[in-house]
Design a protein around this ligand. Sequence first.
Ligand code: GCU
Length: 681
Amino acid sequence: EHKKSYDAWLQYEPVMDKSLSGQYQQYARSVEAMETSSIIQSAKQELHHAFTSMFENTAGHDDGAERCGIVLTTVESVEGPLKVEAARLSRDGYQIKSVLTSEGPRIYLIGMEEQGVLYAAFHLLRIMQNGSLVDSLNITENPTNQLRMINQWDNMDGSIERGYAGASIFYDKNGFTGDLERIKDYARLLSSVGINGISINNVNVHHVETNLITESLLPKVADVAAVFRAYGIKTYLSVNYASPLQLGGLSTADPLDPGVRAWWKEKTKEIYQYIPDFGGFVVKADSEHRPGPFTYNRTHADGANMLGEALEPFAGLVFWRCFVYNCLQDWRDRSTDRARAAYDHFKPLDGQFHSNVILQIKNGPMDFQVREAVSPLFGAMEHTNQMLELQVTQEYTGQQRHLCYLVPQWKEILDFDTYAKGKGSEVKRVVDGSLYQPAYAGITAVSNIGNDYNWTGHTLAQANLYGYGRLTWNPDLSSEEITAEWIARTFGKDEVVHEQVRSMLLDSWSIYENYTSPLGVGWMVNPNHHYGPNPDGYEYSLWGTYHFADWQGIGVDRTVASGTGYTSQYLKENKEMYESLQTCPDELLLFFHHVPYTHELKSGKTVIQHIYDTHFAGAEQAENLKTMWEMLEGRMDGERYRDVLSRLVEQAEHAKEWRDIINTYFYRKSGIKDQQNRKIY
Ligand code: GCU
């Protein structure tokens, strides 16, 4: 009954148009594979599954019986002129070619390797879902990013840290759920948008999860890895830096201690006995009370390189997270700036990391806020592998109860010019490896799925997972293109649905920003769970998360001239832009400067009036999202309609709460009235 929600963008609706259906079925009749690996099997299965649901009567698996149809092959097995052309493919690349042979029309799905064949199959199905013609296809696709990962923050008790869509699909009651079918369907979703790596446990590796790398749990990890392998996705684990203490009975985890190094080497070898193509480790060390090399007065390079050396014989990788900062700060201390921390810790280590270590850097220097600056670490470490970490799960962006489509935010981040090698050194070029040609690079993100029947809680939040994958494949796709694709595959052809959902999605981040966080201020949320307004929730905390609002003004002075000097971490162009009040963009003004409420923005409004205006507007816009959705009643299945509606109702209500609390807070602080005399409490 939950079929459409569950299938997400892989619905394969029956093709109603007779002539299209006729054309497609010419090909769908026969799916022939030149190889037999598990990945090729997955591609065949997907095509078969799709064709069975798209057409009334199609065999689609009658290999070789027909001399026309779809041919799945890697470059190696392809013959003749097609082979030569296929030489333009990179490792995960593919071609889709319609060819008229003497025996009839064919579509070749040619992968450089097997995973390319699978990606080609998904691409062909996308074309068919869109209702486009397929008899003269000539497509070449190569992914822009080499590593296209997803991180689960799942715990083995079944909970998900910052998960808003039910419990884990991997674990339950400190064991594995064993529901490999569900995991397979997740693998299909991920692979269909090009994801090729997954770490399957939370970066905070607690006691039970530390055992994932022991013989008691490795066979189960191997089962999961086998499911993902068949979809071209490598499995990784988050590991506890202090594993040698808990598992090895050693008295230290000092990365320079020969016993510790030997222990990790042995341990790694053991893991590869269970999972020969294991991807490697994700490590959160010396971060938010997690253990790390600092305990032993060693650097992060020492810690990461020890693991890098252990993984090297097996071509495994270390994703070493840069989310390292002082989380025991004193709010009275205005000289320590959390935003500076990652750069201050890691920049001096440039060039010291092992070749298979990749620094995993959050998009911003704080923590996935609604709006924050881009981390100055991107482009700052010419001799170090770097990876961008985004958050698909909506921790600070409405927790999948509010609509907040993040593709426009991610586009801004990817398009941000670091100027590392002059103009045109965008973040996307740092993380796709084209700027510095590092050994490894790519994008990763925290997943937003759980075991809810629709995966993401909010059905429209499926678009975030979809868009994330598409951007890792090709960061130059526009928000509009991605959005249109997703809507068509999720809701079909209805023009009204398209128009409404398109503008709802594309406006939602700015709407959310309007009624929550003005001008780059973050953290005005309830502590711990981070849902709902609380302007002073983090103001007197240990976390380094302050906005310093007083009766005269607000914002964090991060300038060199009078503040924490954070702006100096950027290259000249950006440093100057942020340092000066004249050139700092409005949307990040309070991230970089402390200004009076009467400070005039580029928009011509004062800061305080901007706060009032955006909060009144945002709450209205949220109400309007609901109205727009209500126009879609009867244009889709009742289940998805009602599901989304109930969330939009909550959002509209909750947006008013945000509006009133934030406006009242600033009115009471500043004593300045709203020019329009609207209701402030
Ligand atoms: C945030 C988040 C934590 C998470 C951490 C991280 O602080 O609230 O739940 O563990 O980021 O990325 O490590």
